[in-house]
Design a protein around this ligand. Sequence first.
Ligand code: SF4
Length: 53
Amino acid sequence: MDKAKIKCSVSDCYYNKKMMCEAGDIEVKPMGDNTVNTSDGTKCSTFIKETSV
Ligand code: SF4
């Protein structure tokens, strides 16, 4: 099965290449108090600042 293509506009992420995610797998978690009502309540836990690697 083909790998999922993940479009991402977090250009400061180490894994972001031309607005696509190049990480092998990503993990998305709820933010704050774990009560999520919209996409604003989610975050990518795989993010690494580009300059920190
Ligand atoms: S790891 Fe997360 S923040 Fe980084 S490019 Fe992939 S989806 Fe975007």
